[in-house]
Write a protein that binds this ligand. Structure first.
Ligand SMILES: [Mg+2]
Length: 449
């Protein structure tokens, strides 16, 4: 009798232990190392810098002129590469966990970006639990504040953050959109930024966007040519194909207002980034000037973090914001911006950035349309946005982007032609890891603000 009771007690204990074990969460490895890579020697393709194209490429004015903020300087008005739009090039970040799983993120930034990632940002990442994306983002942002806030430091943070999300997806064996809350749509429609809207239409894209050819320094003659250019494409694609205009920060308030009014009869869907990104008052003024117009207003490709987008959203100066996920602060910051935009019913149509944008767009309802920048030389064929960096990058087909059911961002990095200019010793990564593993838990509770 006694032996039966002991046996049953032991069984109960065993069941309790196995129940508790089954209730325990999965073990996650910590982050072992952060590596920053850029393209070496002559760049074979644009990689993650969509402007780093050949001299005769349409994006470098190989088919038609493209206005930029530098168009008013005669020595820099003929091509975009003449003033160094591609000065930095690709930055690739790898984040490796203790179990050997590697996450990959990209941005522009080249060798200076590699320096920031290896010499500074790695401090906040190595040794961390990869699930703590908010903690790492906060430390990277605040840790770079004396030289950061916008531009290169935030682009470098973006690449690290995207690598963390890719790593998390691989460790959890789920796509990133799933980590963000799952799919809000089964298929994602896509439009094309291109010099050949007629070809984009034939390829099945749901709309197209062409560059604005001339800025204010080209005078009334340039304005007339801009109108003729848009009109000629409207005639080629017919009245029902959505057609927009990208002004790449090249215009002024009166010029943007006048150009928009001239183009309205030709069915322009939206006019994009007509002013410099910090000209918030100017964007408000154009909104006011075009209050009666049906043209949608768009900007944000060169805006950074929630602080920058708050300025655009609270003033209601545009209908569409266009964050670049590989520039504005990565996925951790992008999801905040998307949430802020939903509160003002502002559409989010991200700039380029391929899979890194697509996963965000699948996960949030106010991101209804993807951009595909056609990076083939003559804008006449569908090629990967990131050149040869990710051979399995999903491509648009019949007007949709369909994402394969793969973990992380679902793409494989091809490391040919990549180099690590500021490679650190394993010991350096271990020192960072040890510092982060020594958790300084508070022992006395205090009111935290
Ligand atoms: Mg643009």
């Amino acid at each position: 009798m006694k032996s039966t009771s002991l046996k049953s007690e032991a069984m109960d204990k065993l069941n309790t232990i196995s129940f508790l074990f089954s209730m325990a969460t999965k073990n996650f490895p910590n982050i072992k190392s952060v590596r920053a890579l850029c393209q070496q020697g002559s760049r074979s393709d644009q990689g993650a810098d969509c402007h780093d194209v050949d001299d005769d490429h349409w994006l470098n004015c190989g088919i038609a002129p493209i206005a930029t903020p530098m168009s008013s300087h005669p020595q820099y008005c003929r091509t975009r590469k003449s003033w160094g739009i591609n000065a930095l090039g690709t930055l690739v970040v790898e984040v490796e966990a203790d179990d050997g799983t590697v996450g990959v993120g990209v941005t522009i930034g080249g060798e200076p970006g590699c320096y920031i990632v290896e010499k500074h940002l790695s401090k906040f990442v190595e040794g961390q639990d990869p699930r703590n994306v908010e903690l790492m983002w906060d430390q990277m942002f605040k840790g770079t504040i004396n030289y950061g806030r916008k531009g290169l430091p935030i682009q470098a943070i973006s690449a690290v953050d995207l690598a963390l999300w890719d790593l998390l997806g691989k460790l959890r064996n789920e796509p990133v959109y799933s980590l963000l809350g799952g799919k809000t749509k089964e298929r994602l429609p896509v439009y094309s930024t291109t010099a050949r809207p007629d070809i984009a239409q034939k390829l099945g894209f749901v709309g197209a966007k062409i560059p604005c050819c001339y800025g204010p320094s080209a005078g009334d003659d340039g304005l007339q040519k801009n109108v003729e250019y848009f009109k000629s494409w409207r005639e080629k694609v017919g009245p029902d194909f959505p057609l927009s205009l990208d002004c790449y920060m090249a215009l002024t308030v009166p010029y943007a207002t006048k150009l928009a009014r001239c183009l309205e009869p030709y069915g322009i869907k939206w006019i994009e980034e007509y002013l410099m990104p910090d000209c918030y008052d100017g964007y408000c003024q154009v909104r006011e000037n075009l209050r009666a117009s049906s043209i949608l207003l768009a900007t944000g490709e060169h805006e950074y973090t929630r602080y920058g987008f708050q300025k655009l959203l609270e003033s209601r100066c545009v209908d569409i914001i266009q964050p670049d996920i590989t520039w504005l602060g990565g996925m951790t910051e992008a999801r905040r911006v998307v949430a802020m935009a939903s509160a003002t019913d502002t559409l989010v149509i991200p700039h380029g950035s391929s899979v890194f944008s697509y996963h965000l767009q699948y996960a949030f309802n106010n991101c209804p349309l993807a951009e595909y920048i056609n990076l083939s030389h003559k804008a006449d064929q569908i090629v990967p946005y990131f050149g040869g960096l990710f051979p399995d990058e999903p491509l648009p087909k019949d007007g949709f982007i369909d994402l394969p059911d793969r973990p992380g961002f679902g793409v494989t990095l091809k490391k040919d032609n990549l180099t690590r200019p500021y490679a650190r010793a394993i010991e350096d990564s271990r020192k960072n890891a040890l510092a982060n593993l020594q958790k300084l838990n508070p022992v006395k509770a205090t009111f935290p603000f």
